[in-house]
Ligand binder design. Structure first.
Ligand SMILES: [Fe+2]
Ligand SMILES: [Fe+2]
Length: 211
């Protein structure tokens, strides 16, 4: 993709994102960076499709957060062609971008079939891990006023209001249960593994300090 087209796309979609918080546009830019790294290790990847898919994958995230649509992947796939046609993106590649956006959400348990969709899903998921993943979780859950950690007292009672919410630490800890073999690409697995290591040492240190 030409630099000018990419710049135009970034400029065009910036209004679709929150200016700050866990779902601001920096996530999208990080996903693109990681996806391009993964793409280097894969064969027959269309870079234009990767760039457009990454930049547009969460274009409807804000809408979902505001309860204006049910699934941001579906909604993003629906609005992407209009945006792509506006920047004169090659018509014959639009459907591949739409497909990658539609299946990017691993929580929907869809196995992507194209290499570009596989790469996007991996790049999106590694952003949940490592230092960035921890930071995003803290930002998101602080907004809901969730407890940092469930106290043993709350755990014992199980009915304590503190225990009814997710604890921030628990959400971070659960990330360790993501199976490495659910990443689609070898490079994606490698990046995830490095971030799992950091997550593990963070959890260990946190528990030591909290005890
Ligand atoms: Fe997403
Ligand atoms: Fe995302």
């Amino acid at each position: 993709m030409k630099r000018s087209m990419m710049k135009e796309l970034i400029k065009y979609i910036s209004s679709y994102f929150d200016k700050k918080g866990a779902h601001d546009m920096t996530h999208t830019k990080r996903v693109l960076k990681v996806a391009l790294q993964i793409a280097k290790s894969e064969k027959n990847v269309d870079e234009q499709i990767i760039i457009a898919s990454c930049l547009l994958h969460d274009v409807a995230r804000k809408k979902e957060d505001e309860d204006k649509c049910e699934c941001h992947a579906e909604e993003g796939a629906r609005i992407a062609p209009r945006i792509l046609r506006r920047i004169k993106f090659p018509e014959n590649k639009i459907q591949s971008v739409v497909y990658a956006i539609k299946v990017h959400r691993k929580s929907k348990d869809i196995k992507p079939k194209t290499i570009e969709a596989k790469i996007l899903q991996d790049a999106d998921r590694v952003d949940l891990l490592g230092a960035i993943g921890i930071t995003k979780t803290i930002i998101r859950h602080s907004k809901n006023n969730d407890a940092v950690i469930h106290s043993p007292y709350a755990k014992k009672l199980n009915s304590h209001k503190d225990y009814k919410t997710e604890s921030i630490f628990n959400v971070i800890k659960i990330r360790l249960k993501i199976p490495l073999n659910t990443f689609n690409t070898l490079r994606g697995k490698k990046i995830a593994l490095e971030r799992f290591h950091f997550l593990k040492s963070f959890i260990k240190q946190f528990e030591k300090e909290w005890a």
